[in-house]
Design a protein. Structure first.
Length: 280
């Protein structure tokens, strides 16, 4: 796959991120099922972990999911950026460490976890949007999915319904369900705006190149021009190909010339080279 289809494509350097996105739900599902199975068998640490997860609010769960997705995907694409885009790779490492810190902070129920989660998730989203709008990055499938998860998680944490009492869980679920399409549409809109901003610049470059080509074509002595060269070049040689002339029509072979065979290995002798270039 390549970047020719916009947001539905995946560039080569982002392919590990797509693999991580595909594998992550299976891994999370497996881990949760294992925890519940161990808790049913009265394994102490597993029972405490399940109890902790059950007592988390919707906002905290959204923050955990967004931080997990962000950390795994950014870590996955560090190697493909390390050689040619070292600064970007370092930013991905910083993102990975920040998301890991937010995940642990939220899971442990530390104070001000909503502020830390929103700052990390929202900051990453804002930086990615700036990269897309400034033309430093092209919106693709990995960027769309990852940033949508991060933005949706930040919206759920910020939503008033996420902090309501548990009896209003239905309202919380509606907030979570609405956050995902809002995030996806926002990212698609960002990609469309970026394309619109970059289109005039591309058109200007193309028109400039066309104008330059037309101007060059009209100059005396240039190929494709309407004027003849002021002083054409013609050097008579002893070669059977005839005189050396300029401008020359490269579309026609001169007398004595023939196409080389694929198995041609013969090299011209020194005398033949001198004869081809020495005027009479």
């Amino acid at each position: 796959m390549n970047g020719s289809n916009g947001a539905l494509s995946v560039t080569a350097e982002h392919l590990p991120g797509l693999v991580a996105l595909v594998a992550l739900p299976v891994v999370v599902w497996t881990v949760l099922c294992t925890l519940h199975a161990l808790a049913d068998r009265r394994v102490g640490w597993a029972a405490r972990a399940v109890d902790r997860l059950d007592r988390l609010s919707l906002g905290a769960r959204a923050a955990l999911l967004g931080a997990l997705v962000g950390a795994v995907v950014h870590a996955a694409i560090v190697p493909t950026h390390w050689r040619d885009e070292r600064f970007t790779a370092i930013l991905f490492l910083v993102d990975t460490a920040g998301f890991a810190a937010v995940f642990v902070w939220t899971l442990s129920g530390r104070r001000h976890w909503p502020s830390a989660a929103v700052a990390m998730l929202g900051g990453t989203v804002a930086l990615y949007v700036w990269y897309v709008l400034s033309g430093r990055e092209t919106l693709d499938l990995v960027g769309l999915f990852t940033t949508s998860f991060e933005l949706a998680a930040a919206l759920v944490v910020l939503a008033p319904a996420a902090s309501l009492h548990r009896r209003r869980r239905g309202g919380q679920r509606w907030v979570a369900a609405a956050a995902v399409p809002v995030s996806v549409l926002s990212l698609l809109g960002t990609g469309a705006i970026a394309s619109a901003l970059q289109a005039p610049a591309s058109t200007h470059v193309a028109s400039t190149a066309t104008s330059s080509g037309s101007a060059a074509a009209g100059m005396p002595g240039m190929r494709g021009g309407t004027s003849s060269p002021a002083t054409p070049l013609s050097l008579t040689t002893t070669s059977s190909a005839g005189a050396i002339t300029w401008p020359d029509d490269m579309g026609m072979m001169a007398a004595g010339m023939q196409m080389a065979e694929p198995n041609c290995v013969a090299q011209p002798t020194a005398a033949q080279q001198r004869a081809a270039l020495t005027p009479r």
